[in-house]
Design a protein around this ligand. Sequence first.
Ligand SMILES: *[C@@H]1O[C@H](CO)[C@@H](O)[C@H](O)[C@H]1NC(C)=O
Ligand SMILES: *[C@@H]1O[C@H](CO)[C@@H](O)[C@H](O)[C@H]1NC(C)=O
Ligand SMILES: *[C@@H]1O[C@H](CO)[C@@H](O)[C@H](O)[C@H]1NC(C)=O
Ligand SMILES: [Cu+2]
Length: 209
Amino acid sequence: MHFSTLFASALMGAVASAQTVHVVSVGSTGDAPLTFSPNNVDAAEGDMIQFQFRTGNHTVTQSTFDQPCMPISMFTNNTGIYSGFQPVEASAAMGEIPTYTISIANTNPLWFYCSQGMHCQGGMVMVVNENTEANSTRSLDNFVQLAAAATVNLPGDATSIDQGETGTTDPSETTGADGTEATGATGAAAGLTVSGMLAAVGAAAALML
Ligand SMILES: *[C@@H]1O[C@H](CO)[C@@H](O)[C@H](O)[C@H]1NC(C)=O
Ligand SMILES: *[C@@H]1O[C@H](CO)[C@@H](O)[C@H](O)[C@H]1NC(C)=O
Ligand SMILES: *[C@@H]1O[C@H](CO)[C@@H](O)[C@H](O)[C@H]1NC(C)=O
Ligand SMILES: [Cu+2]
């Protein structure tokens, strides 16, 4: 599902050149609240993905394929994508929902999970640019299975497995509900991340485009 360029620009308060914005609902309001929807997105270099947090208190956290439910920064020099926890209720009461937008720097597969509770193990995972032609093992289905077997679910700022169950997140590194902070994810995964709020009414309109 794509926004028009005009609408996307208005949303993010930035003038963008022709650019596709893929919307992913996090914690859908339907009968599958612990999901990313869609969970398999093909995005071109330069496209944007806007995560819209619809219910609950979820995260978007980047992992490797082989180590689901743990941040990619624990295994590579990539800082990785991390939205921080996004509790929806407080902002929804004010007619807004949190959003988190990333820019796709290349078409390498990106693996994401939610680091809340056991959501990752429960299948709250997704892929951008799945490429089973390059490696048939690295499919979303196999990632879901690996995630289901993961022994911990760590937030994006965890640096060791010990930080798992107690969920020690550094508040200064997570984006608050007011979501004005843009976190500095770097590396090949994304050239830009933007946190923000979206009027719930606008989001509903956007989803009908
Ligand atoms: C991280 O960067 C350092 C310094 O450039 C390098 O020596 C190391 O191999 C890198 N580690 C990984 C996992 O890529
Ligand atoms: C959201 O979840 C995090 C991690 O479990 C927790 O620390 C935080 O208090 C939660 N926020 C709300 C508003 O429930
Ligand atoms: C394919 O992916 C699997 C899982 O990450 C990995 O173990 C394997 O080495 C990869 N194969 C090749 C040829 O890269
Ligand atoms: Cu979740």
